[in-house]
Design a protein around this ligand. Structure first.
Ligand SMILES: CCC/C=C/C(=O)SCCNC(=O)CCNC(=O)[C@H](O)C(C)(C)COP(=O)([O-])OP(=O)([O-])OC[C@H]1O[C@@H](n2cnc3c(N)ncnc32)[C@H](O)[C@@H]1OP(=O)([O-])[O-]
Ligand SMILES: Cc1cc2nc3c(=O)[nH]c(=O)nc-3n(C[C@H](O)[C@H](O)[C@H](O)COP(=O)(O)OP(=O)(O)OC[C@H]3O[C@@H](n4cnc5c(N)ncnc54)[C@H](O)[C@@H]3O)c2cc1C
Length: 671
């Protein structure tokens, strides 16, 4: 149910909505990336959600593991038909990862679809890594769901270190086939979503051998199960990896090969080829283009982090408007918990961060598209910067989002612990995003490589690429003059990042001068490098967020501009207060200015308070997508909690069989 009749709405929420002093729809347009995107999303939701509404008879969490998987496959098939027959007609193929499709999928699945990786990685890898002829062969089959694919890169022994993968693909010119083999236990493919029981095809990343020489990892399309019987082919051993913290309907699988043969044409040959006689030909201009799908997914994960955090913020803010607790003033009614400044402190940063990540994510997406356009013309010069950018933004956005979703759960007290609040499931899903598609630390260290090089270029006066251009000013190594204006705060965040990067570069230089190898000097500096990378990322988010707010609100109503700027300022002030140690070190900020900043923060909380419910309404989540007893639009929190409790299988009878089997015999001393 969504938005119901006004009569059904909790009176406190009704009052909150009357207090809201800006046009909610204008903010929705900004978050979606424009009015046309909002209209498209709503169209998609209308088509898909009519069907989703009646799709679950029993709450997913009350089913056992196998039933949940079967149910997820059933729903995935219904959803795929809708995507294939109706939604792609509306959005076009380029919108596969679009927010509209992503949000709609959540109406079908509280947990994760076993088909998620089919559209999320299998199809994008075909588009990114295949030649046009290969695409013509594989893409229609994949989009028509005649084949279902997974993406198996990670192994039992290696996830981060791709060059260390052990699965081999050895070319046999006699039969013009590749022989796939898993030589060790640790070479077993592990984790691929959809692989365990669902997929019949799989992209396998393996070490390519031809003419006795290893050419490193390359992707192959591998049929693993018979299309009719679904039995694994001889030479293929495949199964589920076991119960996980979340993702239990995502069918994460393992896969082993025993001298398993696939045709030569199944190597994905856009970036490198093996000719019939076994000659290896490198096509790509950049060494790391085979890592392209990961860059694509990292880019999309920034908006994914924003989306999930926006859901949690919606649930927690609406609940906090309905919930009343304690009596700070004797004789007065219990206040809404949203009136407590500490609650505002927990929640408003969640709304602001969702905005920051969404607007930065949209900007990153446009940057990604521009780099792709350059690469189609053969120019890969901007790839290192995109890799550095997408690595740190993926790391920080997923990490912030997971931490703040957990904060939303804390903000809902005991009821936040109920699965029916949807906060625990959201957390278990989002916390995995910090690890998959590149672990947090590892990705920040990738960005750090780029930053240290950029610092050296800044010191020698060379021209810097846009996202690190600020290092040029910092090369003077003087403390930046603190100002609590927006520009002043952004300059200070950049000074912190620059100072930290400079300290890393100096440390590496100092160590190597005294005889430490460059590799060891790098390792000894990694704790600082991660911190420097994070500081750089934070400065970039602050800059991109503010820039986008200014740009996008230029033609908005004055009240929307005000509330968007209040949120963005809150984000900056929050992070200034979180990093006071750094600011004291790299800017001229002093104690009185820190006190002023704290006051400014508290003023902002009070200013945002009347618009809090309006702001989460502007995320425009239908109840079918939120799946939350605490966060529904009408605020019937207690009624929904009771309704859900009564659906528990433990309430089907008033006495459980365990009473007769165990408790009664125990009481009678007969156990
Ligand atoms: C729903 C769930 C879905 C989940 C799915 C998954 O998880 S799927 C599984 C997801 N799995 C993961 O995400 C695994 C995470 N691991 C990785 O991505 C890689 O192993 C690595 C990037 C950590 C290192 O790779 P490496 O050992 O080959 O490289 P290196 O460190 O020796 O650096 C050499 C140079 O290459 C550069 N360069 C590197 N990558 C890129 C790039 N994409 N583009 C451009 N450039 C790149 C780098 O900057 C450096 O440049 P420099 O400084 O010399 O000028
Ligand atoms: C829910 C989920 C779904 C997934 N889906 C897929 C999928 O569909 N397909 C697929 O191929 N994979 C998938 N993965 C695997 C995922 O990509 C890897 O788990 C991830 O890349 C991290 O690798 P790892 O597990 O080997 O961790 P490790 O690399 O072993 O990391 C363990 C620890 O070591 C640290 N570490 C590792 N290397 C370094 C270093 N060089 N410097 C400093 N610290 C380091 C890390 O920071 C981390 O703290 C999935 C994982 C999860 C959890």
């Amino acid at each position: 149910m969504t938005k119901g009749t006004q009569a059904d709405v909790n009176p406190d929420l009704k009052k909150e909505r009357l207090k809201c002093n800006f046009n909610i729809q204008e903010v929705t347009f900004i978050i979606d990336g424009g009015k046309d995107k909002t209209l498209q999303r709503k169209k998609i939701e209308d088509v898909a959600l009519n069907i989703a509404a009646s799709i679950d008879e029993v709450p997913e969490e009350c089913l056992n593991l196998k039933e949940r998987y079967d149910n997820a496959v059933r729903k995935s098939c219904v959803y795929s038909n809708i995507v294939k027959n109706e939604l792609l007609e509306i959005t076009g193929l380029e919108a596969l990862g679009s927010p509209g499709l992503r949000r709609t999928a959540d109406a079908f699945f509280k947990d994760v679809s076993p088909f998620m990786l089919h559209l999320g990685m299998f199809v994008p890898t075909i588009i990114g890594q295949c030649t046009p002829e290969q695409q013509a062969h594989w893409l229609p089959k994949a989009l028509e769901m005649q084949i279902i694919g997974a993406y198996a890169q990670t192994e039992l022994g290696h996830g981060t270190f791709i060059r260390g993968l052990e699965t081999t693909a050895t070319y046999d010119p006699a039969t013009e086939e590749f022989v796939l083999h898993s030589p060790t236990l640790t070479s077993t493919k592990w984790w691929a979503g959809g692989l365990g029981n669902t997929a019949n095809h799989c992209i396998v990343v393996a070490q390519l051998y031809t003419k006795g020489q290893c050419h490193g990892t390359h992707p192959f399309i591998v049929p693993i199960r018979d299309l009719d019987t679904h039995e694994p082919f001889p030479g293929v051993k495949v199964g589920d990896v076991g119960i996980r913290m979340g993702f239990n309907t995502a069918d994460n699988g393992f896969l082993r090969f025993n001298q398993y043969r696939i045709p030569r044409e199944n190597m994905m040959m856009k970036n490198a080829k093996v000719m019939k006689d076994g000659t290896y030909v490198k096509v790509a201009r950049h060494e790391k283009l085979t890592y392209g799908t990961m860059v694509f997914v990292r880019v999309t994960l920034v908006m994914e982090a924003a989306f999930n955090l926006a859901k949690a913020a919606t649930i927690a803010v609406r609940y906090s408007a309905v919930r009343r607790q304690s009596q700070p003033k004797p004789g007065e009614p219990e206040p809404q918990i949203l009136d407590y400044p500490t609650q505002q402190h927990k929640l408003f940063i969640c709304i602001a961060t969702a905005h920051a990540l969404q607007l930065t994510g949209l900007w990153l997406w446009r940057t990604f598209e521009a780099v792709l356009a350059d690469m189609r013309k053969g120019d890969t010069d901007s790839l290192p910067e995109l890799h550095a950018l997408s690595s740190c933004l993926k790391a920080v956005s997923t990490s912030d989002s997971a931490a703040l979703i957990e904060q939303c759960r804390f903000a809902c007290g005991g009821h936040g612990y109920m699965l029916s609040s949807n906060l625990p499931l959201l957390y278990s899903f989002v916390t995995a995003t910090r690890t998959y598609e590149g672990d947090y630390t590892v990705l920040l260290l990738q960005t750090a490589r780029f930053l240290v090089k950029a610092w050296e270029q800044a010191e020698s006066g060379k021209v810097l690429t846009p996202t690190v251009a600020y290092l040029a000013c910092a090369a003077a190594k003087e403390k930046v003059v603190w100002s609590d204006s927006v520009d002043g705060m952004i300059r200070s965040f950049q000074a912190v990042a620059a100072g930290k990067i400079a300290a890393c570069a100096e440390n590496i230089k100092r160590l190597t001068k005294t005889g430490t190898s460059l590799e060891d000097a790098w390792q000894l500096s990694t704790v600082r490098l991660v911190a420097a990378s994070e500081a750089h990322c934070r400065a970039m988010i602050c800059q991109a967020y503010w820039h986008e707010v200014t740009r996008l609100t230029a033609s908005c109503s004055a009240s929307v501009k005000i509330v968007m700027e209040q949120l963005a300022t809150l984000y900056l002030v929050y992070w200034a207060l979180e990093t006071t140690g750094d600011l004291l070190r790299y800017s001229t900020i002093c104690e009185s200015e820190l006190n002023k900043l704290q006051l400014k923060y508290e003023e902002l909380l009070a200013l945002i308070r009347p618009n809090a419910v309006g702001l989460v309404d502007a995320f425009d989540f239908r109840d079918e997508i939120l799946h939350s007893t605490l966060g529904a639009y009408d605020g019937r929190v207690y009624e929904r909690l009771m309704e859900e409790a009564l659906k528990s299988p433990l309430n089907e009878t008033s006495v459980q069989s365990s009473f007769h089997k165990y408790i009664r015999p125990l009481a009678k001393g007969k156990l």
